[in-house]
Write a protein that binds this ligand. Structure first.
Ligand code: GMT
Length: 378
């Protein structure tokens, strides 16, 4: 099949998912055409059957604002015509579903393709609720040939916020469990935990919704009992504020900022626990990657996180902002090797049995096949 894949190329779960999906579909013999404004972060190696089409947004003095949505529609039209796409799969509704819909209407007859929209989170729970965007998101969902959501939570939220008549399939996010597994990384371990200190890790794009500063507060509580360290991976708007808080709390020697990293399987391998204190999370892909690397997760019980982490088995869930409880869960696991071992095993089992790439990608393939075979509406 010939598939167009539209996503954000930046450090974020929806772009990661789209790119990993594209890689796997290409391995299975499909042609995959990424269409976005920069090379997606994980499109970092050559692969047969994978193509990248960069969207350039022409400037003109009259345009005070960048016309990306239109430039994207124009590029989709170009790729659909010259690469004869069967399917256009857009990740994150705003503006991708709108640009995809517009392109499909324009090329219909000449180069028809089916439009699939995958919802990832704030396109439905936050940005899509802005009164300016809401009607556009609703219309582009109604007009998509198929809609998928990455969790049951997000499916329900979409039905509530955008219309109970929409038909939405849940296809959860996935992880390559062969890649994300614990490995021995003595050099990294000796750098990060020279004295074998327990390591609590957090990986995110440091947006306010991730509440990275709560990780620092949890560490402060944990250190009243155990000499733990916190490793923060990623970068974004809240990084400077978090660094300031670390200095104010006198925790400089116990918090390591690694910035944006790509070698996540190795880095996760030095972690004892993964902390995700988010305010909102439709799925929590970083938590799944941690589980796959046998790292139990302590997270807030928000959105779809409970569909990924089983409370009391592969991790623990706490109320939003409940620093003391998250710290107690950390201490509980870090001070009980037997319990920790059973949580580590459950974490890995959960990722392998429920979310491995080999289980989820065929769901997308079946969906593509089904909608491509559906007759075109008259
Ligand atoms: O919705 C966002 O803020 C961005 C998006 C992203 O690109 O990272 O995150 C969402 O999609 C991820 C991949 O499906 C999910 O794992 C995240 O939970 C979700 N973020 C939120 O719902 C806040």
């Amino acid at each position: 099949m010939r598939i167009g894949m539209v996503c954000y190329p930046t450090y974020g779960g929806s772009g990661v998912m789209a790119t990993e999906l594209g890689h796997e579909l290409a391995k299975r013999g499909h042609s995959v055409h990424f269409i976005t404004y920069a090379t997606p972060m994980r499109l970092d190696r050559f692969q047969d059957n994978v193509y990248f089409h960069e969207v350039e947004t022409p400037a003109y003095p009259l345009f005070e604002f960048n016309l990306y949505s239109l430039a994207l529609a124009g590029k989709i039209i170009d790729v659909a015509k010259y690469e004869t796409l069967d399917v256009l799969h857009v990740h994150y509704a705003i503006p991708h579903a709108v640009s995809g819909f517009l392109a499909r209407e324009i090329v219909n007859g000449e180069a028809p393709f089916k439009l699939i929209t995958t919802l990832h989170g704030t396109d439905i729970t936050l940005v899509g609720l802005e009164p300016t965007y809401h009607p556009l998101v609703r219309y582009s969902l109604e007009q998509s040939d198929s809609i998928t959501a990455v969790s049951r939570f997000l499916q329900e939220k979409t039905l509530q916020n955008f219309g109970p008549e929409l038909s939405i399939n849940v296809i959860p996010n996935f992880v390559d469990t062969a890649l994300y597994q614990r490995c021995d990384c003595p050099d990294l371990a000796s750098h990060i935990k020279p004295n074998g200190e327990p390591i609590i890790m957090h990986v995110s794009n440091f947006r306010p919704v991730k509440r990275v500063m709560d990780c620092v507060r949890v560490l402060q509580e944990v250190r009243k009992t155990l000499p733990a360290k916190l490793v923060l991976v990623g970068d974004g708007p809240d990084r400077s504020e978090t660094e300031r808080l670390v200095r104010e709390m006198g925790l400089n020697d116990y918090v390591i900022f690694l910035g944006k990293q790509t070698a996540l399987p190795e880095i996760l391998s030095v972690a004892d626990l993964f902390l995700l204190p988010s305010q909102q999370e439709s799925f929590g892909l970083s938590a799944l990657e941690a589980l796959s690397a046998s790292v139990p997760v302590i997270a807030t019980n928000v959105g779809g996180v409970g569909e990924v982490v089983e409370h009391g088995a592969s991790g623990f869930l706490a109320e939003l902002g409940d620093i003391n409880r998250m710290a107690r869960y950390c201490v509980d696991l870090l001070s009980s090797p037997k319990k920790m071992a059973s949580f580590q095993a459950a974490a890995r089992k959960r990722a392998v049995e429920k979310f491995d790439i080999s289980l989820i990608v065929p769901m997308y393939e079946e969906l593509y096949k089904r909608i491509v075979e559906e007759p075109q509406p008259a």
